[in-house]
Design a protein around this ligand. Structure first.
Ligand SMILES: Cc1cc2nc3c(=O)[nH]c(=O)nc-3n(C[C@H](O)[C@H](O)[C@H](O)COP(=O)(O)O)c2cc1C
Length: 245
């Protein structure tokens, strides 16, 4: 299929959105033979429909290179409400045995991220009163490194037909789908848990109820940091074949 059309001017295009080139899902279109065409790291204008209407060739390019951006490299802007609605909608289109949606989402954004940081620090310093200044700072900014954080909360519970394990897996699928949905809208994302996902006091502050578990906190933002990939397992290390081709 022909590649999606990239629009370069905003004036005559009322339905455009801004996407940083380096983090754009469509960045494969700016490459020739795998090498990026020299282009200044400016924001280009794309039609929203061009971002959403991906063909499978672009998906292949995306999946070949996909990797996360460190939370420490994230900055504003985060998604608009409209973009966030799309990201959350796409993220929750996941396999879900029994169609029971065994997960829910909580968005942490704005000033509440700073308040949470202060509360995380209070909990952490009760446990380790001699925290260093950098450790204290890490708590204060834990939910403020990215413009927003989405909690993917597993509500898996005993069910007559659907094993709990499968419900948990579906929540994991939401997490990765959200990382990819954020990329599809020109943002970067990182799937984290960190200690706050396992501390009862922190979980209460985060609105996670008893019996629920945090599948991930997905940090979403922008970045122009050229994140290097990390080592990946070789197929021979992880694949066995049973039967002949
Ligand atoms: C369930 C889960 C929890 C994670 N929690 C953390 C974490 O607390 N801290 C951390 O540094 N990385 C954590 N990671 C790893 C980050 O997502 C990491 O950036 C990721 O492995 C990058 O892989 P990618 O480049 O293939 O997306 C977690 C990953 C998963 C799947």
């Amino acid at each position: 299929m022909a590649p999606a059309k990239i629009q370069r001017t905003a004036e005559e295009e009322p339905d455009i959105c801004c996407v940083p080139v380096d983090s754009c899902f469509l960045k494969g279109h700016l490459k020739t033979n795998g090498k990026a065409i020299s282009r200044p790291p400016q924001r280009i204008q794309l039609r929203l429909k061009d971002l959403i209407m991906q063909n499978d060739v672009k998906l292949i390019d995306f999946l070949r290179d996909r990797h996360s951006t460190p939370v420490a490299q994230m900055k504003e802007p985060g998604p608009s409400q409209e973009e966030l609605d799309a990201i959350l909608t796409f993220a929750t289109r996941v396999p879900d045995h029994g169609k029971i949606a065994p997960w829910r989402l909580t968005v942490y954004r704005g000033d509440v991220r700073k308040t949470l940081g202060e509360q995380f620090l209070a909990i952490a310093s009760k446990k380790a009163p001699d925290m260093t200044d950098p450790a204290k700072e890490a708590e204060l900014i834990r939910f403020s490194r990215a413009p927003l954080v989405v909690g993917v909360i597993s509500t898996a519970a005993p069910h007559a037909k659907i094993p709990e394990w499968e419900q948990v897996l579906s929540a994991g699928a939401v997490c990765l789908n959200m990382v990819m949905a954020a990329s599809a809208h020109g943002f970067v994302a990182n799937w984290r848990t960190e200690w706050v996902a396992y501390d009862d006091e922190a979980l209460a502050l985060l609105g996670v109820k008893e019996g629920e578990k945090v599948a991930g906190f997905i940090h979403i933002g922008s970045s122009d940091f050229p994140t290097p990939d990390r080592p990946r397992p070789e197929l021979w290390q992880i694949v066995s074949y049973i039967g002949e081709n």
